[in-house]
Write a protein that binds this ligand. Structure first.
Ligand SMILES: Nc1ncnc2c1ncn2[C@@H]1O[C@H](COP(=O)(O)OP(=O)(O)OP(=O)(O)O)[C@@H](O)[C@H]1O
Ligand SMILES: [Mg+2]
Length: 256
């Protein structure tokens, strides 16, 4: 029971009309690990994430989050995960504290417990002293850490982050990832998508998704060894090139 993975799925598939956005993806994410999703724009990373978060119903396939079925127990799953969507937006006209209060209300938290949790998260995000600042005036990096704090209010066991650092400067990205690693050290499982290879390098495992298909999955070291390359950038480029050659030979890729 204790060895049960935090997240698993089998042959997860999503069609949008004639578009096969996610094609038979199977994966397992152990508890307390940081799992990274990589892949070009439009590959299906967000679609997999949304199905695993219980937000989007798969066309076929199955999945479990902490043992709960993504098809039939999505409401329960939502209580156990913190989710930051790709276009996550704070209420810009509200202050830092007001945003946290708002999300605490959504999660049904109140009283001294909620107050304590809010203070903890403000400290974790390095937002102490900025509680009264209007969120819209925070820089990109601060906003993302506030958004992360909002996603953590209900003490989720799993954190699902869809490109949390897109457009954030390198120093702020590093600070954000230090927080991610601290959370993983505390036992929280993290599923995160990114286009930044320096971030992917620090994940425990990486899944490379290419136009709906999970091409490879493994530790950064394993992936580099398998493709006989020195960097994850090269792994990525080699995979994309091999797929492009393959699709040229096949005369098309995934429509139908
Ligand atoms: N609700 C939807 N209706 C129709 N098509 C969709 C929908 N959501 C996603 N798609 C399509 O599914 C494919 C996968 O999209 P998805 O957003 O999952 O990719 P992604 O890997 O997250 O890309 P990015 O790196 O740009 O965020 C794309 O072709 C996208 O246009
Ligand atoms: Mg996406």
């Amino acid at each position: 029971m204790n060895n049960r993975p935090a997240i698993s799925c089998e042959n997860l598939t999503k069609r949008f009309g004639s578009l096969l956005a996610v094609d038979n993806v199977s994966l397992t994410i152990p508890k307390g690990s940081i799992a990274g999703f990589l892949g070009p724009n439009g590959s299906g990373k967000s679609t997999v994430i949304r199905m695993l978060s219980g937000i989007l119903t798969p066309t076929s396939g199955s999945g479990q989050v902490l043992g709960f079925n993504i098809l039939t127990e999505s409401e329960t799953i939502k209580h156990h995960i913190g989710y930051m969507s790709q276009k996550f937006s704070l209420y810009e006209e509200l202050t830092v504290a007001e945003n946290l209060d708002f999300y605490a209300g959504i999660y049904g938290l109140s009283g001294s417990g909620a107050r304590r949790r809010k203070e903890e998260l403000i400290a974790m995000a390095g937002l102490t002293g900025r509680e009264k600042q209007v969120s819209g005036s925070l820089s990109g990096g601060w906003k993302q850490r506030l958004a992360l704090s909002c996603a953590l209010l209900h003490e989720p066991e799993i954190l699902i982050l869809d490109e949390p650092t897109a457009g954030v400067d390198p120093v702020s990205r590093r600070i954000f990832w230090e927080v991610i690693h601290r959370l993983a050290d505390e036992g929280i499982t993290i599923l995160v998508s990114t286009h930044y290879m320096d971030e992917a390098e620090t994940c425990d495992t990486i899944s490379f998704i290419f136009f709906g298909k999970l091409l490879v999955s493994g530790t950064p070291a394993e992936l580099k060894k398998q493709s006989n390359t020195a960097t994850l950038d090269d792994v990525f480029i080699k995979l994309v090139e091999s797929q492009e050659n393959h699709s040229l030979q096949e005369g098309g890729m995934r429509r139908g």
